[in-house]
Design a protein around this ligand. Structure first.
Ligand code: G3P
Length: 214
């Protein structure tokens, strides 16, 4: 069970690394654009933190370009770089080749068990089902995690399930219960995981009993 942060904001990552429970970061072109910085500057700053696993989406429509760009990031950042690829025929081919070169891969925008099977056959390190976006169209994102987990378990797949597009802390527990190996979370969802009204009330009472003015 691992938690990644889903953000291109380095300060957001650094602020939460003190908890020591975050082991990776996922980025995508939309998060990078929102952040307003050059992608390579963001990646370099992220790599200078203690994060061990950074998912970097590579440009390209054809496998050769995806592979070449993946190799460039691997040469630049070594084992910390995970190459994020689309679940297209060219993305799947690139995945198989990059994995054979010992480069970690994250297959993104996965919305079906069939797509997840293709990713597993391409020896992807991670497959990323998008829970929230499936819920948006009236489907059940958590049920997809459960279905992929069942297929991967039966077939002894080495591909890890990285639940993405998680917008609510309750979905974190549900995703792990359904068989996710990793959840990638917007920083605010990670912060919300700490919150419970009974924790607040209990801490307030302890502070009173310690003789601290609250
Ligand atoms: O990890 C994928 C994530 O960034 C997409 O989230 O909320 O845009 O569906 P969302």
């Amino acid at each position: 069970m691992r938690i990644f942060l889903d953000t291109a904001n380095v300060i957001d990552v650094e602020d939460r690394l003190i908890t020591k429970v975050i082991s990776g970061v996922t980025t995508n072109p939309t998060l990078i654009r929102k952040n307003g910085e050059d992608p390579d500057v963001v990646y370099k700053k992220m790599m200078d933190t203690e994060i061990e696993d950074l998912s970097i989406e590579v440009k390209g429509d054809i496998a050769d370009d995806l592979i070449a760009n993946g190799i460039i990031y691997n040469r630049q950042f070594g084992q910390k770089a995970t190459i994020k690829l689309p679940c297209t025929p060219h993305g799947i081919r690139a995945c198989k080749i990059l994995t054979s070169l010992n480069i970690r891969t994250n297959m993104t925008l996965v919305f079906s068990v069939e797509q997840a099977i293709l990713c597993s056959l391409a020896n992807a390190t991670y497959v990323s089902p998008f829970v929230g976006r499936l819920d948006d169209i009236g489907e059940d994102g958590i049920a997809l995690i459960a279905d992929i987990a069942e297929v991967f378990c039966h077939n002894r797949s080495n591909t890890k399930i990285l639940a993405a597009s998680i917008r609510d802390p309750l979905k974190v527990g549900l995703a792990f219960a359904a068989g996710a190996d990793i959840c990638t979370l917007p920083p605010v969802v990670f912060d919300d995981m700490f919150k419970h009204q009974l924790t607040d009330a209990g801490l307030k009472q302890f502070a009173v009993d310690f003789g601290i003015n609250v």
